[in-house]
Design a binder for this molecule. Structure first.
Ligand code: VG1
Ligand code: CO
Length: 559
């Protein structure tokens, strides 16, 4: 067979400021990524920071505007940089969990994921590029810092401009680039992921539950990447009704919506669930790693509770019968509901900074099975990303086995373990300088210890501040230290106030205020969450001077 022959070229470029990956990759408005050499600079910096003797990289994204163009640029640059082989999703489509799985399955050197996750897309929206390492997880800070350093001094990049790969059709393509073989395999976006799910869960049992017309489910793919995955898994394989998945075509602009599965941005699902026609509902974000779980009549399960309920029922998931249950973990701002379960099951629970990359080492060293974040992220060590579809299948497994409703499960859980009330206030696109000042002020206050022993009347009891700091994490495996991960104010009754700035926004600063408290008193646990938390929220807004520094009376989003 004669291969197409191509030659690589070296192109001169100049650095861009601010190509620093945040909580999960580099995210900027689409027009920034489309500006002259911006994408090329960042991709070359990734390829330089990792070993370019790479055998195999996995490439794909969530279908948002500019994914296909970026995939073609990456293919041309990988070819020119001596990468030997690529696996690319058909039309450039892969969910984030699917990429993590493929990296692990093929023992690839890593993967490049094109997504800005829950950030809006389209020509006026955001784009993003993220590098995942050979364990399938987001690159740790050590690697992202190396990428960032290279972006600051980049002078040239390598590209093979004549190479155009047909990514619309499944198949293997081979080329000669500078005399070396370069192979691009375009594969079905869903097949490997669906196989993985079948290895983890009992599909025949799930099918009996899901295909029963009295257990109607509704899945909202939010016009993101999950449409094809959800249709295949829930409708084709588990026998849900043919209209059980909505917004199931990945659209470049997500239909103008915000692909973030919470009560504000997935309001359409909440409304449909309120009708009472469905026993279970779920939504995913743009790249398919987040999930929101709803019960009959839109009963809302907080992500902290979702993690805890899965933990308490983990033995029902066949995968864990094989692997055993190692520890649990959550990100620091996530309410400690899973901690209560860990105590009872006598398991370790780890508290890591915000961002999935911090769970990877614990999983790789067999210390962690199940973890989650308050930001609608849940997952396990089957891959190294949070996994929306996995979370939904975990919930359906629990429903099928217990024959309880979502609401009964959660309320029984509260009776057994107590309830962690949690809320997050987001103030989006604020003045970055003012927000830095707000953090700096709090850093000073927590450092001088003047808040310690301060008494507050929270509701009808008095609570005392017993700890305050700027959260620092020492990775128990590689001993790397991540400091300044969020201001924490902790009370003697377990109540907490946490403040940090988002690392995923693309404009201005987004302030995140997290407030949570714990109750096991039967008269409190079924009360309205917002009412229980109101006194503590008021204290937080006052203490942190949020209105003063953000200039906002109200948050943009409350979850
Ligand atoms: C947010 C969430 C965090 C999550 C991250 C990536 O980060 O708070 O929990 O891991 O998004 O989620 P930040 O820095 O904005 O608070 V997604 O679905 O990108 O991949
Ligand atoms: Co996401």
């Amino acid at each position: 067979m004669a291969f197409e022959e191509h030659r690589s070229e070296i192109v001169s470029t100049t650095p861009y400021d601010g190509q620093k990956p945040g909580t999960s990759g580099l995210r900027k408005p689409v027009n920034v990524f489309m500006s002259n050499n911006y994408t090329q600079n960042f991709v070359q910096s990734i390829l330089d920071a990792i070993n370019t003797e790479n055998d195999l990289l996995i490439i794909g994204g969530d279908g948002r505007y500019y994914v296909q163009e970026a995939v073609q640029i990456i293919i041309k640059m990988c070819a020119a940089n001596g990468v030997k082989r690529l696996i690319v999703g058909q039309n450039g489509i892969f969910s984030t969990p699917a990429v993590s799985n493929l990296i692990r399955k093929h023992k690839a050197s890593g993967g490049i994921i094109l997504t800005a996750s829950h950030n809006p897309g389209g020509i006026n929206g955001d784009f993003g590029i993220k590098y995942n390492c050979e364990n399938g997880g987001p690159a740790p800070e050590g690697v992202t810092n190396q990428i960032y350093e290279r972006t600051k001094n980049i002078k040239q990049y390598k590209i093979c401009p004549t190479l155009n790969v047909d990514i619309a059709n499944i198949g293997a393509n081979e080329y000669k680039v500078d005399g070396n073989t370069f192979r691009v395999e375009v594969i079905d976006s869903v097949a490997d992921y669906s196989t993985l799910m079948k290895e983890i869960f009992d599909f025949p049992k799930l099918k009996t539950y899901v295909s029963n017309p009295s257990n109607k489910i509704l899945i909202d793919a939010m016009n993101g990447v999950m449409g094809p995955y959800a249709k295949q898994i829930f409708i084709d394989e588990l026998g849900a009704a043919s209209d059980a998945v909505v917004h199931s075509t990945p659209l470049p602009d997500f239909g103008g919506e915000h692909p973030d599965p919470n009560l504000t941005y997935a309001a359409g699902l909440v409304k449909a669930m309120s009708s009472g026609d469905y026993v279970f509902g779920a939504a995913f974000d743009g790249d398919g790693d987040r999930n929101m779980i709803l019960g009959h009549k839109a009963f809302f399960v907080t992500p902290s509770d979702s993690l805890a309920v899965i933990a308490a029922n983990i033995e029902l998931i066949p995968y864990f019968k094989k692997t055993g249950v190692k520890g649990f973990a959550r990100s620091m701002p996530t309410a400690g509901a899973v901690d209560q379960v860990a105590r009872k099951l006598n398991k370790n629970v780890y508290e890591v900074p915000t961002g999935w990359k911090f769970f990877g080492n614990l999983m790789d060293s067999n210390q962690l099975s199940l973890c989650g974040e308050e930001s609608f992220g849940t997952g396990s060590d089957h891959i190294r990303e949070k996994d929306g579809c996995w979370a939904v299948l975990a919930w359906l497994t629990i429903l099928a086995n217990t024959q309880l409703s979502v609401e009964e499960l959660v309320k029984n859980h509260w009776k057994t373990f107590g309830r962690n009330f949690f809320t997050r206030y987001d103030y989006e696109n604020c003045d970055a300088k003012k927000c830095d000042e707000m953090i700096a002020r709090m850093e000073k206050i927590v450092a001088d210890g003047s808040l310690l022993n301060t008494k507050y009347k929270i509701g009808n009891k008095e609570s005392v501040i017993i700890t305050n700091d700027n959260f620092e994490y020492k990775d128990p495996v590689d001993h790397s230290v991540s400091s300044r991960q969020g201001i924490r104010i902790l009370f003697d009754d377990g109540s907490r106030i946490v403040l940090r700035l988002s690392g995923t926004g693309s404009q201005g600063a987004t302030v995140r205020l997290y407030v949570d408290c714990y109750a096991d008193d039967i008269s409190v646990i079924e009360q309205e969450s917002s009412e229980v938390l109101k006194p503590l929220v008021d204290i937080a807004i006052d203490l942190l001077k949020i209105k003063e520094y953000t200039g906002r009376d109200k948050p943009t989003v409350i979850t």
